[in-house]
Ligand binder design. Sequence first.
Ligand SMILES: *[C@@H]1O[C@H](CO)[C@@H](O)[C@H](O)[C@H]1NC(C)=O
Ligand SMILES: *[C@@H]1O[C@H](CO)[C@@H](O)[C@H](O)[C@H]1NC(C)=O
Length: 291
Amino acid sequence: MSKGCLILGLFVAFAMVGLVSSARFNELFQPSWAFDHFTYEGELLKMKLDNSSGAGFSSKSKYMFGKVTVQIKLVEGDSAGTVTAFYMSSEGPYHNEFDFEFLGNTTGEPYIVQTNVYVNGVGNREQRLNLWFDPTTDFHSYSILWNHRQVVFLVDETPVRVHSNLEHKGIPYPKDQAMGVYSSIWNADDWATQGGRVKTDWSHAPFIASYKGFEINGCECPDAVAAVDNMKRCSSGGDKRYWWDEPTVSELSFHQSHQLLWVKANHMIYDYCSDTARFPATPVECLHHHH
Ligand SMILES: *[C@@H]1O[C@H](CO)[C@@H](O)[C@H](O)[C@H]1NC(C)=O
Ligand SMILES: *[C@@H]1O[C@H](CO)[C@@H](O)[C@H](O)[C@H]1NC(C)=O
């Protein structure tokens, strides 16, 4: 990979016409811990949490910008106390991170989807949503789109959160660190379900999250290449034009803005921007985000 950033877009385009298979997982990802908690069933990957361990996987490479998508079917039945996460993260004390965290619940009660954004090592930007479907009965796609202008969290292609680049207001934006793509399932019964009041019922283990449809359409950044060079390679300029820098993905479309408004009006149950008890002074980016 001496050429630096490799565009996987073409490959993904092929994959979407029906070639998505279990090979996709192995191609892009690898288990990172608890290898015996993984099972492969054709194109499906299953990852389990039991009383001995959770499990997690990570992308083989790091990326800058683009879009990552995975289809997940969350733990069926009693999932109280469990958290399944899908996220991108860089490394180090000043890391950036874009998180989807799925907080389990007792049978028949709704999951909560928590999103968070870390910039330069600082998070505390939680939002929480209920979904408009039961995420345990079928696969749904969860995506993170990242470019120079915005980070967009999407559920079945509906935007549920936008974190905009407000550098012109002096607010730092994550754009100079390559990120890996990760997923994990673990026991978080100290906080996950109804504020930690409902504990994991281990008699209902194993808790299984299923995955398929892995797609990474971004700029691959080899570890051996200096961060600043990766940044240069992964940015449009000259005759190099990456799709994620196109105006059509630099901001939400009119339709997407309406979808986001609908999500906020009907499904958002917590937004750090309006938590005045926690943040007596409104976080700066909240003053400028107009979504
Ligand atoms: C873990 O679960 C297994 C299978 O249900 C059970 O046999 C074992 O006793 C449990 N171990 C602990 C430490 O609870
Ligand atoms: C679980 O269900 C309860 C009752 O419907 C609800 O209040 C809570 O927000 C749900 N989700 C979590 C993760 O606690």
